[in-house]
Design a protein around this ligand. Structure first.
Ligand code: PMP
Length: 424
C-alpha cells in the first residue's frame, strides 16, 4: 500500500551531516550542523589528553545527572502535561530576568513584573522546536490573526513549523547582502505594512543563519513599531548566553518587550546553552495581561499538548531544574557557558586574521562583527559546492558555517578552501 510513496529529500541542514558521514576523506570538516564542538576536551591529572572537535557534555550537567541518579526518591512516573513546575518557574525567570533574591532558591533572582504578577504561562516543551510548534498551534486556535511574519532569511525549519500549525507565513526583510548587515529600513517598512495584529517572529539573539542582530537602539524602534501596530511578538530564544557569554545580555531584546507590559510569546531552548541537544528540553512562555488570562491560556495550551505527545519527558528538565536551583551549579554553568561562547568568538578572530594574512580578496570583517554560532560568509552556492568537492568542507548551501565546528587546527584548511573558492 505504500509503494507509491515518493522518497523525500534530506533535510537541508541535517542532510549536510549525512553527506559528511559518507565522505571517507580524513581531511573532511563538518561546519554544517549547529552543535558545539570542543577545542580541547580534558586534561586528566598529570597526563594531558587533547581531543579536538568532539561533542561536549558540560561538567555541571554530569554532576546534576549524578545527583539525580543517586536520589532514591526519584521515580519515572508521568509528569504533568505542562511539565515540571520548578523547571517552568526557573525557565521563565532565566529569560525574563530578575532583580531581587528569591526566598526559596537563595541565588535565583525574581523581579520581572510579569512573573511577580503571575501573568506568564510557561509550559515545558520538546526543546526550541517543540516550543515554537506548541505556541503556533495555540495561536492558530485562539488568536484572531493567523499571519506570521518571519525574517528573510531565517532558520530553515521556521516556515515549516508555522505552516504545518496552520499559520500563513510571510517574510520581512532582514539581511542586506550588500552590507552583510541588517536591512533595518526594509525591516521597518515590511513590519510597518503588516496587517494589524500579525504575529512577528523575532530571533532573541544570535540570528540564525546571518549572525546579524539589531542594536539596542534598533530593538527599541522595532518594539515601538510592533506595539504601535498591535503586532504580536513571538521570540525564538535558542542561544541565550551562547552568543555573548552573558545570559542577561542575550535576553535583552525579550526583556525590553516584556518591560512595556504588553503580550508576547517566547520559545526557549536548552540545546545549545546547556548542551542538552538530544534531551529535547525547552519551554514556551506566554506573557499575558493578567494572571487570570495567563491561567486560562495555560489550560488551553495543555489541550494542545495532550493529543500531541501527552506530556513531556522528565530527564532533561530535571537536569535543568537541578542546575538552576542550586547556586553552586548555576555559577558553574555560567562559567562553562562563557567558555563555549568565548571559544566561538576566538574562532571568529582566528578565521578573520588568517584570511587577512593570506590576502584573500574581499572584506571579511563581517566574520568578527556577526554574533553567535554561525557566520554567514557570503560565499555563494557554487563556491560552497567547490569547497565541498575539492576540500571536503561541509556547510549549508547558503554559505553559513558553524563557528563551533571549527578549531585552531582546522582554520588553515578552511582558509585555503575559501581562498581557492573566491580566487578561482
Ligand atoms: N530556533 C533556532 C533559531 C535555531 O537555530 C534552532 C536550532 N538550530 C532552534 C530554534 C531549535 O532547536 P532545538 O529544537 O534543538 O532546541
Amino acid at each position: 500500500v505504500f509503494s507509491n510513496v515518493d522518497r523525500a529529500p534530506e533535510d537541508p541542514i541535517l542532510g549536510v551531516t549525512v553527506a559528511y558521514n559518507n565522505d571517507p576523506s580524513p581531511a573532511k570538516l563538518n561546519l554544517g550542523v549547529g552543535a558545539y564542538r570542543t577545542e580541547v576536551v580534558s586534561s586528566a591529572y598529570f597526563l594531558s589528553i587533547f581531543i579536538e572537535g568532539k561533542p561536549l557534555v558540560l561538567d555541571v550537567v554530569r554532576r546534576a545527572e549524578q545527583q539525580l541518579v543517586n536520589d532514591p526518591s526519584r521515580v519515572k512516573e508521568y509528569i504533568p502535561i505542562a511539565g515540571l513546575a520548578d523547571f517552568n518557574k526557573l525557565s521563565a525567570k532565566l529569560i525574563l530576568g530578575a532583580d531581587s533574591f528569591c526566598p526559596i532558591y537563595d541565588h535565583v533572582l525574581i523581579g520581572s513584573p510579569a512573573i511577580q504578577e503571575s501573568r506568564v504561562a510557561t509550559i515545558q516543551c520538546l526543546s526550541g522546536t517543540g516550543s515554537l510548534r506548541v505556541g503556533a498551534e495555540f495561536l492558530k486556535k485562539h488568536y484572531h490573526q493567523c499571519v506570521i511574519f518571519i525574517p528573510k532569511p531565517t532558520w530553515g525549519n521556521h516556515p515549516k513549523v508555522f505552516n504545518l500549525a496552520g499559520l500563513s507565513v510571510e517574510y520581512y526583510r532582514y539581511y542586506d547582502p550588500a552590507t552583510r548587515g541588517l536591512d533595518f529600513q526594509g525591516l521597518l517598512e515590511d513590519l510597518g505594512a503588516a496587517p494589524s495584529g500579525a504575529i512577528v517572529l523575532l530571533h532573541a539573539c544570535a540570528h540564525n543563519p546571518t549572525g546579524v542582530d539589531p542594536t539596542s537602539e534598533q530593538w527599541e524602534k522595532i518594539r515601538q513599531l510592533i506595539r504601535s501596530k498591535s503586532l504580536l511578538p513571538f521570540f525564538d530564544s535558542a542561544y541565550q548566553g551562547f552568543a555573548s557569554g552573558s545570559l542577561d545580555t542575550d535576553a535583552h531584546s525579550v526583556r525590553t518587550f516584556v518591560a512595556d507590559g504588553g503580550e508576547c510569546l517566547i520559545a526557549q531552548s536548552y540545546a545549545k546553552n546547556m548542551g542538552l541537544y538530544g534531551e529535547r528540553v525547552g519551554a514556551l512562555s506566554i506573557v499575558c495581561k493578567s494572571a487570570d488570562v495567563a491561567s486560562k491560556v495555560e489550560s488551553q495550551v495543555k489541550l494542545v499538548v495532550r493529543p500531541m505527545y501527552s506530556s513531556p519527558p522528565i530527564h532533561g528538565a530535571s537536569i535543568v531544574a537541578t542546575i538552576l536551583k542550586s547556586s553552586d551549579m548555576y555559577n558553574d554553568w555560567t562559567i562553562e557557558l562563557k567558555g563555549m561562547a568565548d571559544r566561538i568568538i576566538s574562532m571568529r578572530q582566528q578565521l578573520f586574521e588568517a584570511l587577512q594574512a593570506k590576502g584573500t580578496p574581499g572584506d571579511w570583517s563581517h566574520i568578527i562583527k556577526q554574533i553567535g554560532m554561525f557566520t554567514f560568509t557570503g560565499l555563494n552556492k557554487e563556491q560552497v559546492a567547490f569547497m565541498t568537492k575539492e576540500y571536503h568542507i561541509y556547510m549549508t548551501s547558503d554559505g553559513r558555517i558553524s563557528m563551533a565546528g571549527l578549531s585552531t587546527k582546522t582554520v588553515p584548511h578552511l582558509v585555503d578552501a575559501i581562498h581557492a573558492a573566491v580566487t578561482r
